[in-house]
Write a protein that binds this ligand. Structure first.
Ligand code: ADP
Ligand code: MG
Length: 649
């Protein structure tokens, strides 16, 4: 156990001790200043990495949050007479609240629009800091004194240690958070926001929380920044800094605490890098070597195209040669940043730490922690007694897309414990119907009742919370997560520990339980041995089964399977049939959209046939098969189709 902790955390502990001991041996205020700045930027970039790395959004507001936090701390001290800890608390709170307020409207936007929203926010923030000179001193700047610590003035090493402790705390809290359900949700919503909502996790709330959290770290870093420099000016927090911060995250490596730290070191060293020619040449030469190493590796493994491998080498070569040729590297700093950024984006998409991590993990070869044994299935999916009452009712349900009446007045009753087949030709509105039930689309008219109560409309998340779970005709897995994590993420009722305790690392027990439960569901679909495999690396059939296991983790009242057999080979279809039988034995009601009539006959208690958005027949599989309307509209055409692999519509 201790050995494991040392193996896993040893580097972190050693790095922390090394950093803490430097002031004892090196008595140089310049070095100490750089180190203090390193810890502050470390916190700032860890915060920025939440949005840029984990949420995958271009966030241009972090420099502004640094400034707002800095001014908040300064004013708390100068105007309100707060102590240092109180002032830092205010800085974090400002980041959290303003970050949350910005995230609410902005995160409804996508990609470039989100970036623009954060850009406007920074412009607004710096303008306010500049123009509200009654409070902030405007362009004149604002001076403050570092408050005492229980009557003791912080000297430079003391303040550095304080910053280092803050960084260590932030580091631990973020590691706990990212290893928890929260971290999984952050990763999942990048892969499939739709599935994140459909699994009852809530894309939007996690985005907002992540952004607010990242911004609060920006605020905290700002507070420390204020006490470090003891003089603030609005123009320190504008576009230039923002670009450098992004450079730091991308260079260091996204989605990694070490990457953020490494990026912070680069940012802190940049001014020195530019003013010290020897250092500049050493770093550029190291960059060139790295570009050659990464390029030739990619070339040999054929993972990168020749241009992709060569371009960074040329760019870094330019830097080395250019360094000898120009008079003053500082005048060229924007061009230098551009070359560096270009090289990293093209040559090392995972950043420098991401590249190094591939070698480091091979070097240390840490065995993944052993998995718990699977829970008893009866505990995960308790057997439901079904009284054959009505579970779901569709009342004259309609959904139009412009002029297309995809669903045009469907009435349908699904009874508890049944497998209810939904069949019909391609384009007849089956997927649209279940998309309306599950909340992906709002109905144009009509009602959906679950156990007699109207289901929420137009929200996958709310419908999922109401007890409806589903799979998708076009797979919506979290490709970057392991099979186990895919199922764990959706596990209903497993996560109860509130966020503050998660940050303290007190959610491990519930994580273990969720793991054991998820394993039981993977076992049900025959994927227990592939629990650690990334979803994107599973075979197509296994991906379909994984989606079913994940949907089951919601412990649903109603499970909707939209063409689970589409694209499956014959042996896999038999596996699917036995999986669905097992699920039925547990008393879970299902709506099954399916083209293979033999599968429908074998599994379904009731079948509804739709054509052009309307119900044309309803009854047992045998009854509808003999119905002339069904033969005319569907079976005549599907008879040939059922043998071939049905084409997903
Ligand atoms: P099925 O699942 O039965 O093959 P769908 O429900 O996918 O059929 O489609 C029914 C009809 O609705 C088709 O004509 C399809 O083109 C149309 N449709 C489905 N989704 C949309 C959408 N998001 N926007 C516009 N038209 C759509
Ligand atoms: Mg469909």
């Amino acid at each position: 156990m201790l050995k494991r902790i040392l193996l896993l955390r040893g580097t972190e502990i050693i790095a922390l001790m090394l950093l803490a001991s430097i002031p004892l041996t090196v008595n140089n205020s310049y070095v100490l200043g750089l180190l203090t700045l390193l810890t502050i930027y470390g916190i700032l970039l860890i915060g920025l990495d939440v949005t840029v790395g984990y949420l995958g959004q271009v966030n241009l507001a972090q420099a502004a949050f640094l400034g707002l936090g800095a001014y908040a701390a300064a004013l708390s001290v100068t105007v309100l007479g707060f102590g240092m800890m109180g002032a830092l608390g205010v800085s974090m709170l400002i980041g959290l609240v303003l970050g949350g307020l910005l995230a609410f409207p902005a995160l409804r936007l996508e990609g470039p629009q989100f970036a623009l929203a954060t850009l406007s926010f920074s412009a607004l923030a710096t303008t306010v800091l500049n123009e509200w000179d009654g409070l902030t001193g405007g362009a004149q700047g604002l001076s403050l004194n570092r408050p005492d610590f229980f009557g003791h003035a912080y000297d430079a090493p003391g303040f550095y240690w304080l910053c280092l402790i803050m960084l260590a705390l932030v580091w631990m809290a973020m590691r706990n958070l990212l290893a928890s359900q929260w971290g999984r949700a952050f990763e999942a919503l990048r892969d499939s926001p739709i599935a994140t909502d459909a699994m009852g996790v809530g894309t939007f709330r996690h985005k907002v929380a992540g952004f607010a959290l990242g911004s609060s770290l920006g605020g905290l870093a700002g507070g420390l920044y204020a006490f470090n420099f003891q003089y603030l000016q609005p123009q320190s927090f504008t576009y230039d800094l923002m670009v450098i911060l992004l450079l730091g995250v991308v260079l260091g490596g996204r989605k990694s605490l070490w990457g953020a730290f490494f990026g912070a070191s680069l940012i802190v060293l940049l001014p020195n890098l530019l003013s010290n020619r020897l250092l500049f040449e050493i770093i550029s030469a190291a960059g060139l070597l790295l570009a050659v190493a990464a390029g030739s590796r990619g070339w040999m493994k054929k993972t990168t195209r020749p241009f992709q491998a060569l371009a960074p080498v040329v760019a870094m070569g330019l830097l080395v040669v250019g360094g000898f040729m120009v008079e003053n590297t500082e005048n060229w700093r924007k061009a230098i940043f551009a070359l560096m950024l270009f090289s990293v984006v093209v040559g090392l998409p995972d950043g420098i730490m991401g590249f190094a991590a591939r070698y480091l993990t091979r070097l240390f070869r840490i065995a993944p922690s052993t998995l718990p044994s699977a829970s008893n299935l009866d505990d995960v999916l308790p057997l439901k007694q079904s009284d054959n009452g009505v579970l779901l009712e569709l009342k004259d349900l309609k959904r139009y897309f412009g002029g297309v009446k995809a669903v045009d007045g469907i009435c349908m009753t699904v009874r508890k414990g049944h497998v209810h087949g939904l069949i019909g030709p391609n384009g007849s509105g089956k997927s649209t119907a279940v998309n309306v039930i599950s909340g992906l689309y709002a109905p144009t008219a009509g009602e959906v009742l679950l156990l007699g109560i109207a289901l929420p409309t137009g929200s996958l998340f709310k419908v999922a919370r109401a007890g409806v779970s589903r799979t998708f005709q076009n797979l919506q897995l979290f490709g970057e997560l392991s099979a186990l994590d895919n199922v764990m993420l959706a596990m209903k009722g497993a996560y109860r520990v509130p966020l503050p305790l998660v940050l303290l690392g007190l959610s491990k027990a519930e994580g273990h339980r969720a793991q054991a439960d998820a394993l039981a569901l993977l076992e049900l679909v025959g994927l227990k041995d592939q629990a650690r495999v990334h979803a994107k690396d599973l075979t197509y059939g296994s991906q379909r089964f994984l989606e079913i296991a994940r949907a089951l983790a919601r412990k649903p009242e109603l499970l909707i399977l939209d063409e689970p057999a589409a694209g499956l080979a014959h042996p896999d279809v038999s596996v699917l049939v036995s999986i669905i039988k097992t699920i039925r034995q547990r008393g879970i009601t299902m709506i099954l959209i399916e083209h293979h009539m033999d599968v429908v006959s074998e599994l379904c208690d009731v079948v509804t046939v739709i054509d052009s958005g309307q119900v044309i027949a309803q009854g047992t599989a045998d009854e509808v098969k003999r119905d002339p309307k069904v033969i005319k509209a569907y079976l005549g055409a599907a008879a040939d189709e059922a043998d071939a692999t049905p084409v997903p519509a």
